[in-house]
Write a protein that binds this ligand. Structure first.
Ligand SMILES: Cc1ncc(COP(=O)(O)O)c(C=O)c1O
Length: 394
């Protein structure tokens, strides 16, 4: 059967290539240290799991979920309350909050909801892949905004040609940023909001790492910017803050009209979230937040350890202020290799898995991403193994 042309436009999914390489190494008996995928390694906090278990035993919660159900209304209220407390932004739970089956789902569907075949989406590159893949699946036109060390991994809005802007319908942003770990100031968001309003472009901000911040840094919400609600929506996830990656729960907030169209699109495709997961999410957002602080402390220790340990073997990597990633330039000795070749070498020779920069778009070339989703012992072991590669005769 011949796949649809829009599927042929997609690059091969990064993690399926890595999975093949991992399997090959594992079959040879290699012990794999997997720092490739941003998949949190710690368990979901006990009180959230307990809530799920209890609610799952109630047959009332086994049917399809509808947006008018009391649990979904309560979830929207819990999200609005969490948002108000965290960012000081008031949201109307009924029209400005939309629960999602993970934020990736919502991000993919927003392109489907809004892009016609001649509409352009402006997407920073490198980016979390669904930002651009969603556009390609929807059949829209992708316009890359290169982000790099020179522009502090922030898109240069003034350099976008006018003819592109005339056809641009949406722009994606995501800070703290995956994969580059860059953060953005409110000043940048101010500029982005004015720019989007001037050119009548919808702004989509992915704030997946709002809680994974260090050293006193606080990640702003784009909805803190005056007037942003006229053109912006923001995506959040419980996957990272509460270690609920496999549960599939996130949400979008912001412009009511945009969310209505997204909800309409989803209404033709899904039936919402399993009700016990919604109850568990309410518990996560309204319950004790010490688990989030503990998790951030764990990532901070890993970050400090890893940046230091890599520097000790001659690989200098910037200290991120947010996310649980390191974005590292490929060491000089291997700079002739592509990021995929370098990652393949590490998997093949020493069983350490990193994500190649090009998995996040062509402008990620020259970099690899470490996800700090293993304990310090394993991170130390990974550094020891990488050291042997850096010392190898080439
Ligand atoms: C920037 C960013 N957005 C969204 C997601 C997906 O989150 P979810 O699990 O809610 O789909 C991720 C996951 O790694 C991410 O890094």
């Amino acid at each position: 059967m011949d796949e649809a042309n829009r599927m042929k436009r997609l690059p091969r999914y990064l993690f399926s290539i890595i999975d093949d390489l991992k399997k090959e190494a594992r079959d040879r008996g290699v012990d794999i240290i997997d720092l490739g995928m941003g998949n949190p390694d710690q368990p979901t906090p006990g009180h959230i799991v307990d809530e799920l278990c209890e609610r799952a035993r109630d047959p009332e919660n086994h049917g399809y979920s509808r947006s008018i159900d009391s649990v979904e209304c309560s979830l929207r209220e819990a999200i609005a309350k969490w948002y108000g407390a965290k960012f000081g932004v008031h949201l109307d739970p009924d029209s400005e909050v939309l629960p999602l089956i993970g934020s990736k789902e919502g991000i993919a569907h927003i392109s489907l909801a809004f892009l016609n075949s001649d509409d352009i989406a402006l997407v920073p590159n490198p980016a979390y892949p669904v930002h651009f893949n969603g556009v390609l699946i929807a059949g829209g036109i992708l316009h890359n905004l290169p982000i790099n060390e020179e522009n502090h991994f922030l898109p240069d809005l003034d350099s976008i040609p006018l003819d592109i802007l005339e056809r641009a319908k949406m722009m994606f942003l995501s800070y703290p940023n995956n994969p580059t770990t860059a953060v953005a100031t409110k000043g940048f968001f101010n500029k982005a909001v004015s720019f989007a309003k001037k050119h009548r472009i919808m702004l989509i901000h992915d704030l997946a790492y709002s809680d994974i911040v260090f050293d006193g840094y606080e990640a702003p919400s784009i909805l803190q910017i005056d007037g942003s609600r006229e053109i912006a929506v923001e995506f959040h996830t419980l996957s990272k803050s509460y270690n609920m990656a496999g549960w599939r729960i996130g949400f979008a907030v912001g412009n009511a009209g945009i969310l209505k169209s997204l909800a309409k699109t989803k209404g033709y495709i899904d039936f919402g979230l399993f009700k016990p997961i919604q109850y568990a999410a309410i518990r996560a957002l309204t319950g004790p937040q010490g688990c989030v602080r503990k998790q951030v402390e764990t990532y901070k220790k890993r970050r400090d350890f890893m940046v230091d340990a890599l520097a000790n073997i001659g690989w200098n990597v910037p200290m991120p202020r947010a996310t649980f990633y390191l974005w590292a330039r490929i060491p000089d000795k291997y700079s002739a290799l592509t990021s995929m070749e370098f990652v393949s070498l590490l998997i093949r020779e020493v069983g350490v898995v990193l994500a190649p920069g090009t998995g996040f778009g062509e402008y990620g070339e020259g970099f690899v991403r470490f996800a700090l989703v293993e304990g310090e012992d394993r991170l130390a072991e990974a550094v020891e193994r990488i050291k042997t590669i850096l010392e190898m005769e080439v």
